[in-house]
Design a protein around this ligand. Structure first.
Ligand code: ADP
Ligand code: MG
Length: 700
């Protein structure tokens, strides 16, 4: 039940004075009401201004610059109405001691103009100045007040994101009315924290953002914005922590094997584990030993060596007699996992199988029977793994590779195929920590930092497509010296046909110019053809692989040393980084050529610069976040951070971490939210729409 103290904030906006059904609808569309209900007063209050107009700016007419919003103290001159039936604007000259200005009105209402700008009288007029033919003018001033009324003009006027048909003055009035409704709310932040930060309380923060006293009040790091952003982040972190606590009560299985199988896998590796790989495996083993379900995100830059960690984790589960599954986003990647894990599994005595959508009926039936009989320990596959028919004897762990391609429901679908299934999610997209916390807050995180020893950074250059011939010649020379080269062409969905033609054409041209057989891989080929092409390239039968972005994720050919990315300007940063990660996997120096078609836009230019400057995936991800905002990284294409109204991942990262720790501590000391602060926190969860988590408390 929602605490009654919040009732005024959850009233529909149509209950505010001056908001009829029509305006209520516009307001709801703007501030995020649902299709079936009006926005609430709280929704409206969380609609924060994007900028402020400073009406204190009074430079005088002559010193007003083009585009400035100024307040002028003028004497009104003789009106200059347009001739009858003319569409020309109505002009009113005015002057102060520095100069002359003209106020300009289209579709004039004469009686109103005569009343508001009476000839020969003094008026305080505010609005935007335009210089036109060396003369200042002001089209439709925002205010014209008698000198004695000047104080009624807001000093700093908030400017809101608007929607067509909703006048800003109407919205402002509604927000002012809404501010009147803010009740006295209990304090959900703890005293020492408040004291340390000097944050004002919730109501005061809201009020100040809507009635700013200084321009800086609405900046992301003002005390007021930080306070509200923190409230929102805390609500979100608390809800996520509650969900996680609930999931864990659903029960998992404590897996405490001898560790011999895991050791056998590790011993079979032709290299030493890196420090962080070993640490991640330890963390996973600890999770597995607990009688709760593991939900862990394994994050590591491309080439960091996540696969080995996953296999070690699976071995631990398999030793207890359970089965494991690895789900890959593409068939190529599934096959590759199968190929690279196969020999290790064989040495360790793990029975591994591959399931893809392209298996024949008969193959599928056999695989299926083996899985159900428990004769297969580990299955590698694509989404085919979820499709209803696949059953396991005793599924114990699911590894999901390249998380961001799968939805949460797919993850759950697979884990529903067994009891207490442990889940390990691997992502090579170096999602910035902030976004992990905001979006995957229900998971623990292991991070592979650094790369396996001996790796060298990939030297990156950007080159205009005009110099294609030169690049082809250099690729030819490199191949003659025994190097292997990826040549990537973009594949954009909307124009798939054209791009397909482009990749085939590039393949043809390269074969011709370099007079050798070259492998080609693209999404329209059959699995067998793709496999054959990849195998040729991997084994060295061919030295060059022309591919669309199907190779983006995970493909591992350690001795490839050059990657050419054609139309690099079309790719996002994360994707470029993923692609570049295909090289630099062996001990030889590698390079990446970003072939772009000019002229470059500002963002595309910035992306290529970042790629040239750094190989650090996490840094790139942070830059990406700055260039794009959080929404796009997760593919939701909204502006701002998805699911948040005030907090922004790129601005409030530090607050996010504090909020997470705060949430943890709260649940440790008051898991049922029953203390005084707990009750206040319930209000907070409702305020920010995270109250669904409260129902879990009761269910659990
Ligand atoms: P990613 O994290 O991108 O999935 P992979 O697991 O595909 O990376 O590993 C990339 C390459 O690095 C593989 O060829 C793998 O065998 C190799 N590798 C993994 N761990 C190590 C290590 N500790 N030392 C040397 N090579 C390693
Ligand atoms: Mg991988």
């Amino acid at each position: 039940m929602r605490p009654p103290v919040l009732d005024p904030l959850f009233a529909p906006v149509s209950t505010l004075p001056g908001i009829g059904p029509k305006i209520a609808k516009l307001v709801s569309g703007l501030v995020g009401g649902q299709p079936d209900r009006d926005a609430t007063v709280a929704d409206l209050l969380f609609h924060i201004p994007q900028s402020v107009i400073d009406r204190r700016h009074k430079p005088g007419i002559a010193y007003s610059e083009n585009g400035d919003i100024v307040t002028l103290d003028v004497t009104i001159g003789r009106h200059m109405p347009p001739p009858r039936h003319s569409k020309a604007p109505y002009r009113i000259p005015a002057h102060d001691e520095t100069g002359q200005i003209t106020f300009v009105f289209f579709h004039p209402r004469r009686d109103w103009l005569e009343k508001t700008f009476p000839e020969g009288e003094r008026r305080i007029v505010s609005g935007k100045v335009d210089w036109f033919n060396d003369r200042p003018q002001m089209v439709h001033p925002d205010y014209s007040l008698k000198p004695e009324e000047a104080a009624t003009m807001p000093v700093l006027e908030p400017v809101y994101p608007l929607t067509a048909g909703l006048p800003s003055k109407t919205l402002q009035k509604a927000i002012h009315a809404a501010l009147e409704k803010v009740p006295d709310l209990p304090q959900w932040l703890n005293e020492p924290h408040l004291h340390k930060t000097g944050w004002p309380d919730f109501a005061e923060s809201l009020r100040t953002l809507h009635v700013p006293q200084e321009r800086t009040d609405i900046e992301p790091h003002s005390l007021y914005m930080e306070r509200l952003a923190y409230d929102e982040l805390l609500a979100s972190q608390l809800a996520l922590a509650m969900v996680r606590a609930h999931m864990r009560t659903l029960g998992g299985i404590a897996r405490v094997p001898s560790g011999n199988l895991q050791k056998a896998v590790i011993d079979a590796l032709p290299f030493q584990l890196t420090e962080s790989q070993a640490a991640a495996i330890r963390e996973i083993n600890e999770d597995l030993a607990k009688p709760v379900r593991m939900l862990r995100l394994l994050q590591g830059d491309v080439g960091a060596g996540k696969t080995v960690v996953a296999l070690a984790a699976l071995a631990q589960v398999i030793e207890t007699g359970a089965q494991g599954a690895i789900m890959a986003p593409t068939e190529i990647l599934a096959r590759q996992h199968f190929a690279s894990m196969g020999p290790l599994c064989e040495k360790a005595g793990i029975r591994i199988a591959l399931v893809t959508g392209k298996d024949s009926q008969k193959e599928r039936r056999i695989r299926q029977e083996q899985l159900e009989a428990g004769e297969t320990d580990l299955v590698v596959g694509t989404h085919a793994l979820f499709q209803g028919t696949v059953g396991f004897k005793n599924l114990g762990m699911v590894v999901v590779d390249e998380q961001h391609r799968f939805g949460v429901h797919q993850r759950l679908a697979l884990s529903a195929k067994g009891q207490g299934v442990d889940v390990l999610v691997m992502t090579a997209t170096p999602i910035p920590r902030t976004l992990v916390l905001t979006c995957f807050g229900d998971m623990d995180v292991s991070r592979l930092t650094g790369k396996p020893a001996g790796r060298k950074p990939v030297k990156t250059v950007s080159v205009s497509l005009d110099r294609l011939d030169e690049i082809i010649a250099r690729v030819g020379a490199a191949v003659a010296q025994g190097q292997k080269v990826y040549w990537v062409c973009p594949l954009v969905e909307e124009s798939e046909k054209i791009d397909l033609a482009a990749v085939e054409e590039r393949h043809r041209v390269l074969e011709q110019e370099l007079s050798q057989r070259i492998s080609l891989v693209h999404g329209r080929m059959s699995a067998a053809d793709k496999d054959a092409a990849m195998a040729d390239f991997k084994s060295g039968v061919t030295k060059i692989l022309v591919a669309t972005t199907v190779i983006e994720v995970g493909v591992d050919v350690p001795d490839a040393t050059i990657i050419v990315i054609e139309h690099a300007e079309r790719f996002g940063l994360a994707q470029l980084h993923q692609l570049r990660g295909r090289v630099g996997r062996g001990d030889k120096p590698s390079s990446c050529v970003l072939l772009y078609k000019g002229p470059l836009g500002e963002t595309a230019g910035a992306r290529l610069n970042i790629m040239r400057e750094t190989n650090d995936g996490f840094l790139i991800a942070e830059e990406d976040l700055k260039l794009r905002g959080g929404g796009e990284i997760l593919g939701t294409r909204q502006s701002g951070t998805p699911g948040f109204r005030i907090a922004r991942a790129e601005e409030h990262a530090d607050l996010m971490e504090v909020a997470r720790d705060d949430a943890r501590l709260i649940l440790e000391t008051d898991p049922e939210l029953k203390s005084r602060r707990g009750e206040a926190l319930r209000c907070l969860l409702y305020l920010f729409g995270r109250d669904a988590a409260i129902r879990l408390l009761r269910a659990g």
